[in-house]
Ligand binder design. Structure first.
Ligand code: NCD
Ligand code: ZN
Length: 347
């Protein structure tokens, strides 16, 4: 008997679409299955004003193939020069759904991020007042903090102090990778949510480093020990509304990944929904996939759940995903889970 699972059309609450030829190549991979996505603003140069976000949104819509429906939910990149009035206007017009905090130097294209948090205080207060969420790349960048500890230290030194000093500020801890982060979310009663990526439910740090270095498994925050992966699985499949899907699908060309100084980012847009069905089935939690991928995110952002659906079908033979997506900038390797996947998301 064929097994099927129908869920409301999912959304991706953390996505990198890039621009130009790369945007053209990767956008259909997301739009095939997802109705909306929170679009990361870390272009070069970054999307720092409402005007830049509006122009980027137009480029995304122009790149959408005929017949595909997709709504980009725009974000602003927080800098120490961000103008609270511009943020408020971009929110009031309906254009911008979140502001993104990158500690300066934390990840790909984050050089314009924040160093001195006192300099963004007025913006954060305005956001708390108007109910505009702050999405955080939760890693400190101090050289003396081990890369595997940077998320846990961020919670203590940056995130919790910001939340304490800005009552009412709604925060999304993005792409959480540790039990520490999942525990912090679970301990907070309001104004806090967290996204979890597909790949962090599948790989731990051994996948990156054992038996030869695997550049396509390198992303930031970097995958941690197995105990953390298990904590993320428990959180994602718990049914707790505070956790929702943010794939952090982040395309880089193969030459930029397979390099002496390889870029951080896993490209998962193509097979994310199939992989999630596999993971949720493994956890005996297929009934929780709709919450995680389709319902909890809209609830946090105050948007309606999609009235459309996505049906996943479990087939007898493994689904054949492309190994790479071709782009005008070069090939992009699709995330390889390392095991066969039988759930077909269609399209
Ligand atoms: C992202 C990218 O490539 O833009 N990379 C990544 O490893 N996740 C940036 C980010 O979200 O950290
Ligand atoms: Zn990201």
């Amino acid at each position: 008997m064929t097994q099927t699972l129908t869920i409301p059309r999912p959304d991706d609450w953390h996505l990198h679409l890039r621009d130009g030829a790369m945007l053209q190549a990767v956008l259909p991979e997301t739009a095939r299955h997802f109705g909306r996505a929170i679009i990361m603003p870390n272009l070069v140069p970054p999307v720092v004003t409402g005007a830049l976000a509006a122009a980027y949104r137009e480029r995304i819509l122009a790149a959408l193939p005929e017949g595909m429906a997709f709504e980009p939910l725009m974000t602003l990149y927080l800098t120490e020069d961000t103008d609270p009035a511009d943020v408020a206007a971009a929110h009031a017009s309906g254009l911008v759904k979140a502001v993104k905090l990158y500690p300066a130097g934390a990840t790909t294209n984050s050089a314009s991020g924040v160093t001195n948090f006192d300099n963004v205080r007025a913006v954060l207060e305005k956001m708390a007042e108007i109910g505009l969420p702050l999405c955080t790349h939760g890693e400190v960048t101090d050289h003396d903090i081990d890369i595997f500890d940077r998320e846990a230290v961020f919670i203590d030194r940056v995130l919790d102090p910001i939340r304490q000093s800005t009552p009412g500020l709604r925060v999304v801890m993005e792409h959480i990778t540790t039990k520490n982060a999942a525990d912090y979310v679970a301990s907070q009663e309001q104004d806090l949510g967290a996204t979890i990526t597909t790949h962090h439910l599948i790989i731990n740090r051994n996948h990156i480093l054992v038996g030869g270095i695997k550049p396509h498994y390198y992303c930031l925050p970097v995958a941690k020990r197995e105990e953390h992966r298990l904590a993320l699985r428990a959180a994602a499949t718990s049914g707790d509304k505070r956790y929702f899907l943010g794939t952090d699908s982040a395309p880089h060309t193969d030459p930029n990944k397979e390099s002496a100084c390889g870029c951080a980012g896993c490209f998962t847009a193509t097979n994310t929904m199939s992989l999630l069905a596999h993971v949720f089935e493994e956890e005996g939690a297929l009934d929780k996939l709709a919450g995680f991928a389709s319902e909890n995110g809209p609830a946090f952002y105050g948007l309606p759940v999609s009235s459309e659906t996505l049906t996943l079908t479990k087939q007898d033979a493994p689904v054949a995903f492309p190994e790479k997506i071709e782009s005008g900038d070069g090939p992009v390797t699709v995330f390889d889970p390392g095991f066969p996947v039988f759930w077909n998301a269609g399209g």
